[in-house]
Design a protein around this ligand. Structure first.
Ligand code: FES
Length: 101
């Protein structure tokens, strides 16, 4: 099995019941998944994307985490914000405007 160079976790607010009910989902976190996947593919980046349960930073949602860098991003609610996340993966420099400190 070939492991990806990066892994992007997108909070989809899944609860124990499996229902997406939290802040990130309500703010549209999953509505940008297709855009995220297609942009990563267009740039030829080796990145896996997964949706998660609540990442416990709801007040900053929609939340996204990039590994192995351990960059936590908040307010990822637009194509512009997604582009900033992808730019950070490509450049190796975190997207300062969205970093959760
Ligand atoms: S619902 Fe996304 S961080 Fe809590």
């Amino acid at each position: 099995m070939k492991k990806p160079a990066h892994h992007v976790l997108v909070c989809a607010s899944f609860r124990m019941s499996g229902e997406p009910q939290g802040v990130c989902h309500k703010k549209g976190s999953t509505s940008f998944l297709q855009y995220l996947e297609s942009e990563l593919a267009d740039r030829g980046l080796d990145v896996a994307v997964s949706t998660t349960g609540c990442l416990k930073v709801c007040d900053r949602g929609p939340a996204v985490v990039v590994y192995p860098e351990n960059w936590w991003y908040g307010h990822i609610d637009s194509e512009e914000a997604i582009d900033a996340v992808i730019d950070s993966i490509e450049s190796g420099v975190p997207a300062a405007d969205y970093v959760i400190a």
